[in-house]
Design a binder for this molecule. Sequence first.
Ligand SMILES: *Cc1c(COP(=O)(O)O)cnc(C)c1O
Length: 385
Amino acid sequence: MSREVLLMGPGPSPVSQRVLRALSRPLLGHLDPRFLAELDALGDDLRLAFGSSATLTFPVSGTGSAAMEAAVVNLVWPGRRVLVLENGIFGERLVQMATRAGGDVSRRTYPMGSPVDPEDARTALRDTGAQVVMVVQAETSTGVLSDVGAIAAAAREHGAQLVVDAVTSLGGMPVRMDEWGAAVVYSGSQKCLGAPPGLGPISVADGALAARPPGTPAQSWYLDLALISRYVGAERLYHHTAPVSMVFALGEALRALREEGLEARWLRHRRASSALRAGLAELSLPSRVAPAHQLASLTVVRPPDGLDEAALRRELLLTEGIEIAGGLGEWKGQAWRIGTMGEGAALGNVLRTVQAIARVLRRAGRAANPAAAADAASVAWQEAQ
Ligand SMILES: *Cc1c(COP(=O)(O)O)cnc(C)c1O
């Protein structure tokens, strides 16, 4: 057995004992009424997390990218006008998927490290006449929050269906699907929800699939929401075998979310990220993101100048047992991405992380004080609101 690793990267995040126990429960059949009752309860808990009243709210079988693909292939068909508001690699992934689905895709690109500009998005909606607009709320490649509320208002003005990627926000930061009037919001099980990777929660507004021209089913059979809704809904018609153990695990993680309460959970994530940023600042590792656009679930800093950042992360993993991630795309080699997601968003984990980073920096010959970093983090945890 490998030593337990503290997962402080951008997902997967640490999983609690109660969720691990749920994974090892004896199986039920995917049509067993007791399993279906659990799936229904999981749907209720997801509605709470999504701020959604949508009937079709369930975990897609597959990771966050499967939920993303389900959103795209069900709302995009050949010739449909799609606008992607892109400020990092997950927005770029939406462009790829929408293009493969045959959409007439326009994109607005914002610099790495910046949010989507809602006014510019409004202009783009007008200029393109987009029927669908897609945005990543929390861009995990850069650690940037975009103002989905403002973008949603522009989408409503132009009668465009809104798709929101909430993979790195759901369960850690406010997601308000009904208030936004979004058509589809999706996420992943392994970020702020605190379950292992393998399910992609999705919520599909009632009527959102109605615009699809008759006789043109979604390009993907497996991800066809019209077909899957016949299993998730009252008909209980077999489509594919539900990943039973993963449903148990996510169900348990969401019960923990309901017990904690959404507001308390969001506060815990804010406190953890403030503590982390303060500890890292003490180690001369400043945030790459302006305060107004920082995430509570992921902190992105500039790695130390003049050192091999990949070697430092490797040492952190192999000698300190803590995983963090490097940069992606244009930010490869120029960012450290450190998560405070789900169970990871706790003061103890933050203290362990900043102290371990300080030790690694020290061994590389830098002046770095583990105790000072921990003190700064503790003070920020106390002060955060
Ligand atoms: C992680 C992530 C995804 C993809 O999820 P996978 O589980 O890796 O397939 C999509 N969007 C965002 C914003 C993410 O952070």
